[in-house]
Design a protein. Structure first.
Length: 122
C-alpha cells in the first residue's frame, strides 16, 4: 500500500539509508490513522560554522480537519526522527480520543438570539 509521504532535506543531503529509516518509522503513523491524506517530513541541519549545530525534524500531517504540525530539535538526526514519530503519534491518538469523546457525548448548543419554534419531546 503506497502512502503519500514526502521527505525533504534542508541544508543536508538525504541518503537512501535516511529515507528508508524515515519510511519505516512513519509506517507506524499510517497504521495508527488510516485517514492521513499526506505526511510531509522535513529534516534540517540548523548549525552554524562556529560549532556543531543541531538537527530539526519537522512533521506536517494533512488530515480532514485541522492539520498537525510538529517540530523536534535534537543533537542527533536519527534521535530527532524517533522523537518526531513519538510526538506525532501522541498528537494523532489525542485527536482520535477527542473525536471519540465528542461523538459519544454530544452537548446541546444554545442559540440565544434565534427564534426557533419549541418542539416538545414525545
Amino acid at each position: 500500500m503506497s502512502h503519500d509521504l514526502i521527505i525533504s532535506g534542508i541544508h543536508l543531503e538525504l541518503t537512501e539509508a535516511l529515507k528508508n529509516t524515515v519510511h519505516l518509522k512513519m509506517e507506524r503513523l499510517f497504521k495508527h490513522e488510516t485517514r492521513i491524506i499526506r505526511l510531509r517530513i522535513e529534516l534540517e541541519h540548523a548549525g552554524s560554522k562556529n560549532h556543531m549545530g543541531e538537527f530539526v525534524a519537522k512533521g506536517h500531517i494533512v488530515l480532514s480537519g485541522p492539520e498537525i504540525i510538529v517540530s523536534v530539535p535534537s543533537e542527533d538526526l536519527y534521535k530527532s526522527i524517533d522523537l518526531l514519530v513519538d510526538k506525532l503519534d501522541r498528537k494523532l491518538r489525542r485527536r482520535s480520543r477527542l473525536l471519540k469523546v465528542k461523538r459519544h457525548h454530544p452537548h446541546e448548543i444554545e442559540i440565544p438570539t434565534a427564534c426557533l419554534p419549541k418542539i416538545s419531546a414525545a
